[in-house]
Design a protein. Structure first.
Length: 88
């Protein structure tokens, strides 16, 4: 899976955006991820906010995944790939 990586929040967060647009049902994603991720809230289908590996992880319906705090681009790609593959 290929990603574009964007640095956010003054360099304290990274967003991994898949090269190919996705259409993720966040309610289903929440059910799939709930055993491994601490689901904090599902914001009206706009974003799924979770805690994982001492980070706040935000998943968007388009497949974008934001990690805060995180500064390593390779880790963002690895983590986003892991999460999105669980939803495939």
């Amino acid at each position: 899976m290929r990603f574009n990586i964007t640095r956010l929040c003054g360099g304290k967060a990274l967003m991994a955006s898949p090269a190919d647009r996705m259409d993720i049902d966040l309610d289903k994603a929440s059910e799939i991820l709930k055993d491994e991720f601490a689901i904090e809230r599902n914001e009206d289908g706009m974003m799924l906010i979770m805690r994982w590996k001492e980070m706040e992880v935000t998943l968007y319906p388009q497949g974008k995944v934001m990690f805060h705090p995180l500064s390593e681009k390779d880790a963002a790609v690895e983590y986003a790939t892991y999460i999105l593959n669980r939803l495939a």
